[in-house]
Design a protein around this ligand. Structure first.
Ligand code: MV4
Length: 446
């Protein structure tokens, strides 16, 4: 097992990783920007190294600085968390070349899934259902028109180097296609330095359902059920839950088996998330994330499995000690992402936190690196806390979430806590009747 892990991240996820290490008897190294010298993850870690100025590009994305920090502290592994360098194959190559273990999948698996055309082709060949669309890249407008008439309008044009909603354009008819095609290509070229695009039939009102997997690269794979992440605003998730109100036990075990078999066939190692659009009781693969995700606690609460400890164990070469039959799904979990934003305008709201009181009690978990007196820097992601509720049923989960939101106090800044209260009181949400467009419509209508 590793003796010392460098945590190449900040905020709540740096703390989350520190906690896993601590329980496993592994020493931790925090890295931080000059703006994060007083951050909680820095205070708790066994050692810390300043890796650069406030800007992420010069600190949390600064590969030479992070490698140097790992070398001087003698860290034998690096955990990237989510965002920043977590899906950077080049970083994995460099970490590996320095004799340090990257806690996550191989550079090849990251590269494969980072290219959305290759990801889709790989999954399709392994028997995972995909959205109907082009076979690989669409090179010319004439090809785009041919593809569109085959599948029928509306169609969506996606950047192969994109993902998470960046570089997508919808065309409702032949007239709109030319503009959508050329703007998708030029925006992709500008954002990613790559203008490869592909096409799919546009699904009008699907849910976003993702399946969590855990694999050791030695032939052992388990799936840990799904998360319903349909509640998003501008491709930022706001609330996630498991099980999805739309997924039956039968659908779960069917898609879970399909996904596990594919992940085993590709010899994937680590945790992974396979994203689907789900419409009319059918799953359509769209992307795979090769990292730990923000919303991983939802899965932890219903399975009792510590995903970060599991990541560390498989990275250290221990075979997975779990079989699919060992995985028992228990009750219901909901996560609310609390951000430092105005709950009506979504303007960023950094600054000093004068009061921070978190809810507690049975089935209440708060993952946050905030403390009273902390000054939220303006340079990074606005996520300040994740409130995760677990209860026996969705109904009890909502009752418990309501009382936890009532207890939660964050003063000095504006937060999205009031938005979450509004969401959970809405009858459609309470009935589980929502798709990927629901939250934006709700926000516009209140
Ligand atoms: C789609 C789609 C409809 N049809 N693909 C957006 C993020 C990226 N991961 C995929 N996305 C979408 N792909 C087809 N064929 C609609 C979206 C989409 C979306 C997906 C998940 C969650 C929120 C979304 C919001 C707008 C559009």
């Amino acid at each position: 097992m590793f003796e010392k892990i460098l945590i190449a991240n900040r905020g709540e996820i740096a703390l989350r990783i520190h906690r896993a290490c601590r329980e496993m008897g592994i020493k931790t190294v925090a890295v931080h920007s000059s703006a994060d010298a007083d951050a909680m993850h820095v205070r708790l870690a066994d050692e810390s190294v300043c890796i650069g100025p406030p800007s992420s590009t010069d600190s949390y994305l600064n590969i030479p600085s992070i490698i140097a920090a790992a070398e001087v502290t003698n860290a034998d592994a690096i955990h990237p968390g989510y965002g920043f360098l977590s899906e950077n194959a080049k970083f994995v190559d460099i970490v590996t070349a320095h004799g340090i273990k990257f806690i996550g999948p191989s550079a090849d698996h990251i590269r494969m899934m980072g290219d959305k055309i290759t990801a889709k082709e790989t999954m399709r060949k392994l028997g995972v259902p995909c959205v109907p669309g082009s076979e690989g890249e669409v090179l010319t407008l004439a090809d785009a028109e041919r593809e569109a008439s085959k599948m029928g309008y509306p169609v969506i044009i996606k950047a192969s180097a994109g993902g998470g909603g960046r570089g997508m354009k919808v065309a409702v008819d032949k007239e709109a296609l030319s503009e959508a095609f050329s703007s998708a290509r030029s925006e992709s070229k500008l954002a990613f330095g790559n203008d490869a695009v592909y096409m799919e039939k546009y699904l009008s009102g699907p849910r976003h359902i993702e399946v969590q997997v855990l694999a050791d690269g030695q032939g052992n794979v388990v799936h840990l059920g799904e998360r319903d992440c349909s509640l998003q605003r501008r491709h930022q998730k706001a609330l996630e839950e498991s099980p999805s109100p739309a997924i039956t036990d039968e659908l779960r075990s069917r898609i879970g088996k399909t996904v596990s078999d594919a992940i085993r066939d590709m010899r994937y190692e680590g945790v992974g998330t396979i994203e689907f659009l789900f419409e009319n009781d059918e799953f359509y693969f769209i992307e795979m994330n090769t990292r730990l995700q923000v919303e991983h606690p939802v899965t932890e609460m219903i399975t009792g499995i510590d995903l970060v400890q599991a990541q560390i164990n498989v990275a250290a070469g221990y075979p997975l000690d779990l079989k699919q039959e060992d995985i028992k799904f228990s009750g219901h979990a909901i996560e609310c992402r609390v951000t430092a934003e105005d709950p009506r305008t979504f303007a960023a709201s950094p600054g000093p936190v004068t009061e921070f009181h978190v809810p507690g009690g049975l089935g209440v978990r708060v993952d946050s690196a905030l403390y009273t007196g902390y000054n939220i820097p303006p340079y990074y992601d606005s996520l300040i806390a994740k409130l995760i509720i677990h209860a026996a049923s969705r109904e009890e989960c909502l009752l418990r979430l309501n009382r936890a939101l009532e207890e939660f106090v964050v003063s000095g800044i504006r937060t999205t806590l009031p938005l979450h209260q509004e969401i959970i009181h809405n009858p459609e949400f309470r009935d589980g009747h929502y798709d990927i467009h629901w939250l934006e419509k709700f926000i516009a209508s209140r």
